[in-house]
Design a protein around this ligand. Structure first.
Ligand SMILES: [Zn+2]
Length: 455
């Protein structure tokens, strides 16, 4: 996320002065409850695919949509629920049969005409409309549906996708997504993955996008607005980029570096995990962060190179190797931040070791810097704390200092290869690192990830 979510860590490559302005389970019955967002997620099924058509009316910032959700019943289901914030649901069908439904705090509760048997695949069709809401996170950040001067930007980490799509809104329940955006002809609509077609309907255009690799709901993105939709090949794969005209001139030279960023990371971490690439840049003052939306990160400011490196690294760490639970966010943010340091090291910037040494001089009394420990953020409010990123990246550099650069890179590369399109935990990572290096790393990770105060 936000990568730089809530903050701009760009200058970390230099030093951490800008930090002052900073900060800003699985699919089913056997899934552990999500500790940070206990109301998110639903039991009894595994979502397999979302196919949504969304008609957008900018005049009153409203949508009219139909979502078809394919799922696998993991137990017999006399009823089930989906996460959905606000909006007016007009009809629900299960396998083509009308179903009864009710609404409850953040939920759409469905009772099919007959129970769905365990092991069956079924399709839920939901028709809904209204003005989708902007979600304010426990840390004060904004996500969900955000109106812009020329359309909307739609972000999901960690909870916002339920503002526009009925879904099983936990990171571990990954699914395939097809998103069709019906927008006025003067606007463009972009989302994740491949552009399948652009259909002309009088004064409207329908942009249909498909993400072909399993995706956590929070990584879905929509951006609607003015701008040129660029179709290119970047690092050998089809790529689409949409840039708000207000930011285009300054953004283009940075975005042109994406090919080199991907190629570098392929050499370091292994094959880029997704079939498409590209970028989205939109003008949304007041949002202030970038997000690693799958296959196509979004920047709500003129991107800089190190932020692009961070968001691209998330395609491996966070998107392909996903989270089982939000408290393990270090696996995303610590890794993407370390990837920025390593990129700088190999491209005439400061070495990661030097950044580590400089940061290690921050006094223990600076609790904001060292707390909470990266492996134990404690609550949703601290999910995207400075320490999640910076102390988190220092933990990886500490691993590198202990085991050496080559073994450290072997750990990262084999970690990506071991969990493609999956969901992992910190515990699994520690076991993996010990297995690859043959070292006892328990004390090191205990100190860097879990110990209170300066390690
Ligand atoms: Zn990030």
């Amino acid at each position: 996320m936000p990568s730089l979510r809530r903050s701009s860590f760009s200058c970390l490559i230099g030093i951490f002065v800008c930090l002052l302005g900073a900060p800003a389970g699985a699919g089913a019955a056997d899934r552990e409850r999500e500790p940070f967002f206990p109301r998110a997620g639903n039991v009894g099924y595994d979502a397999l695919r979302y196919d949504v058509e969304l008609f957008f009316r900018p005049r009153n910032d409203s949508i009219r949509a139909t979502a078809r959700i394919g799922a696998l019943a993991e137990q017999q289901l006399a009823r089930f629920s989906l996460d959905l914030f606000g909006l007016e649901v007009s009809a629900v069908e299960v396998d083509g049969e009308p179903a009864r439904f009710t609404r409850g705090r953040g939920k759409l509760k469905v009772r099919p005409r007959a129970p769905i048997r365990r092991g069956a695949e079924f399709t839920v069709t939901v028709r809904y409309r209204g003005q989708p809401e902007t979600v304010t996170d426990p840390d004060g950040g904004h996500e969900g549906w955000i109106k812009t001067n020329d359309g909307a930007v739609v972000l999901g980490e960690p909870q916002g996708t339920a503002a526009w799509l009925p879904c099983n809104n936990v990171p571990a329940d990954k699914a395939l997504f097809q998103i069709a955006l019906d927008v006025p002809a003067r606007l463009k609509g972009i989302s994740n993955g491949r552009l399948l077609q652009v259909e002309r309907r009088q004064d409207r255009r329908v942009y249909t996008w498909r993400e072909a690799s399993p995706m956590s709901p929070y990584l879905a993105v929509i951006d609607i607005g003015r701008g040129r939709l660029l179709e290119q090949r970047i690092a050998g794969r089809p790529s689409w980029t949409l840039i708000d005209p207000l930011l285009e001139k300054w953004s283009l030279p940075i975005l042109a570096e994406l090919g080199e960023v991907i190629r570098f990371q392929e050499r370091v971490f292994g094959p880029y995990p997704f079939e498409t690439a590209g970028s989205i840049v939109d003008y949304a003052p007041g949002v202030g962060y970038a997000l690693e939306t799958q296959s196509r990160p979004i920047y709500l400011f003129v991107p800089d190179l190190t932020t692009m490196v961070h968001e691209t690294a998330h395609q491996y760490f966070g998107n392909s190797v996903g989270l089982q639970r939000w408290p393990d966010i270090w696996l995303n943010e610590g890794f993407a931040t370390w990837a920025q340091w390593y990129y700088a090291e190999r491209h005439d910037g400061r070495g990661a070791r030097e950044i580590f040494r400089t940061l290690y001089r921050v006094p223990a009394a600076d609790a904001e810097f060292w707390e909470p420990p990266s492996g134990h953020p404690g609550s949703a409010k601290h999910l995207f704390s400075t320490s999640t990123y910076v102390r988190g990246a220092m933990a990886l550099e500490a691993l590198r200092i202990k085991v050496g650069t080559k073994p450290m890179l072997r750990v990262l590369r084999s970690w990506v290869a071991a969990h493609p399109y999956g969901s992992a935990t910190i515990k699994l990572f520690i076991a993996h690192a010990e297995q690859v290096t043959g070292e006892d790393l328990g004390p090191l990770f205990q100190r860097w990830l879990y110990q209170r105060g300066k390690p």
